[in-house]
Write a protein that binds this ligand. Structure first.
Ligand code: BES
Ligand code: MN
Ligand code: ZN
Length: 515
């Protein structure tokens, strides 16, 4: 199942200034000087007998971000939202927030359709294509509301003191541009399709994360992923079950699922849109469908959040769906390393030593440091694909929440070019990432008297880097980066997946920054 919220995002290019004829539930007009002096706006304003121009001044009051106007005679749109536009110096995250918010406004007013005028004011250094892609992605992802396990009849619900919509009403969006040439129209359509498709990937990742752990076990995720391949001819799925993993000698991976009644699944998705000879880029995602901590059990408060411990795998799935929809001409292999981490009489105990697929033995000093155990074997396995680059994504450490907070994912790499490109794509998409060092000094912590490596080390110091240092021992044969998304992949208030870093990874792949 692909999680697309909207039916369609279309381009509406007008050549004769007529916007008053556009039928829509909500017409959104960004208010800036360019817009109010345009012939399109003047046409509308004339129909409103000057009311829109007057109201647009209200929308520009600093304390007044949006101004809603009800139906006006001579204008087909049922409502008009005059939206205070941003200015080219404003940060990209403000642009993203603005358009995500617009989708939420449309849902809250029960609108089925929305038309947005391109205000022709873009952040510094960005062009119309960037803008159209960003709007499409933000509207698709902003319209998302999780409702799979909720009452289907309620229209609104109370979360704390806030009343919010509990169902998506928005279906069709159009973006209005004016006087584009046929080449420009083609370019604009490509940008919109990209943004919409990436937004769909973002929502796919959010949805998988938001599903409760009993609705998204490794086996159920396998089913969801397999159903998806039916929708996209470009995706090939292969899954490895417990027996397969044992045959591959993935003792590290299997030590995590050992205490659970839910068997593990390693799900491999291949997308071949590029030249046959081109090495694939590999994406590896931590897919712990629920992390209790195992025998090193976690405190009960807030433990429900550990249903999002599969967001790395969710990102892999989301990105693969987006690439297939865009029909990108690249080769990518995605691995979702799914398992449930539970305590039981059969569970791995602190001090147990297991043998990884790489042959290195690992002393499991803390069963709550389980993500690195599944990733270790997944990283070894992915070497078989002779990848050009490998990027793993994992909700790996609480320490990254302290180090960077939720505004940036953490990046650590054995290849600086790759780290630089990841950070660049983060800037481009507003899905930011920031690097932490991975010097050899940090790697000594993995020493123990009883195995080649221990799965924890360093005490309270630099937990995020020590986790990456452990992973680096399984990624020596290729160019690799690790992204710690424990803070960025979901939000605790309001609770929900964010779909990060799908946008970043898609930008990295689509703009071929890795060649
Ligand atoms: N899934 C958690 C990381 C996590 C914790 C994400 C809190 C978001 C919020 C991971 O498996 C974990 O438990 N990590 C431990 C590692 C420690 C035992 C070395 C942590 O960060 O506390
Ligand atoms: Mn854990
Ligand atoms: Zn975990």
């Amino acid at each position: 199942m692909v999680y697309r919220v909207l039916n369609n995002i279309a381009l509406k290019n007008v050549n004769n200034n007529i916007i008053s004829n556009i039928s829509t539930d909500l017409l959104v007009i960004p208010v800036n000087k360019k817009v109010t002096s345009s012939s399109e706006f003047k046409e509308l304003d004339k129909k409103s007998k000057g009311y829109l121009l007057k109201s647009s001044k209200d929308a520009l009051n600093p304390g007044n971000q949006n101004h809603l106007v009800s139906a006006l005679e001579g204008i087909k749109a049922k409502k008009i939202l005059l939206m205070q536009d941003l200015n080219e110096k404003d940060d990209i995250y403000l642009w993203l927030n603005k358009y995500k918010h617009i989708a939420k406004v449309a849902n809250s007013m029960n609108c089925k359709s929305m038309a947005i005028l391109d205000g022709q004011c873009y952040p510094k250094g960005k062009d119309q294509s960037w803008f159209l892609e960003m709007i499409s992605r933000s509207i698709e992802s902003g319209a998302y509301i999780f409702s799979t396990t909720k009452n289907k009849t309620a229209k609104t619900e109370k979360i704390g003191k806030q009343v919010v919509s509990s169902q998506v009403s928005l279906k069709n969006v159009s973006i209005i541009t004016s006087k584009l040439s046929s080449t420009e129209i083609k370019k604009a359509k490509t940008a919109i399709l990209r943004g919409f498709s990436v937004g769909e990937g973002v929502n796919t990742a959010k949805h998988l994360g938001d599903l409760p752990a009993n609705h998204a076990t490794p086996k159920l995720i396998e089913k969801i992923v397999k159903n998806t391949t039916k929708q996209y001819s470009g995706l090939k799925v292969k899954t490895l079950n417990e027996k397969d993993l044992a045959k591959l000698k993935m003792g590290s991976y299997l030590s995590v699922s050992k205490g659970s009644d839910e068997p593990p699944r390693m799900i491999i998705i291949e997308y071949k849109g590029g030249n046959k000879s081109e090495k694939p880029l590999a994406l590896v995602g931590k897919g712990i469908t629920f992390d209790t901590g195992g025998i090193s059990i976690k405190p009960s408060s807030g433990m429900d959040e550990m249903k999002w411990d599969m967001c790395g795998a969710g990102t892999v799935f989301g990105v693969m769906c987006s690439l297939a929809r865009i029909k990108a001409n690249v080769n990518v292999v995605g691995i979702m390393a799914c398992a449930e981490n539970m305590p039981s009489a059969r569970a791995t105990k602190p001090g147990d030593v297991v043998t990884s697929m790489s042959g290195q033995t690992i002393e499991v000093l803390n069963t709550d440091a389980e993500g690195r155990l599944v990733l270790a074997d997944a990283l070894t396995y992915v070497g078989r694909y002779n990848p050009s680059y490998v990027i793993d994504m994992a909700t790996l450490t609480g320490a990254v929440v302290i180090a960077l907070g939720s505004h940036a994912s953490g990046v650590m790499a054995n290849n600086q070019f790759l780290a630089d490109k990841i950070i660049e794509s983060g800037e481009e998409t507003g899905d930011r990432a920031w690097q932490l060092p991975l010097w050899n000094e940090y790697k000594s912590c993995t020493k123990t008297n009883f195995a080649d490596l221990a799965n924890i080390g360093g005490g309270r110091e630099a937990g995020t880097i020590h986790a990456a240092a452990f992973l680096s021992k399984f990624a020596e044969d290729y160019k690799w980066a690790h992204m710690d998304i424990a803070a960025s992949a979901w939000s605790s208030s309001p609770k929900g997946g964010t779909g990060r870093p799908v946008s970043l990874i898609c930008d990295l792949i689509l703009n071929k920054k890795l060649k």
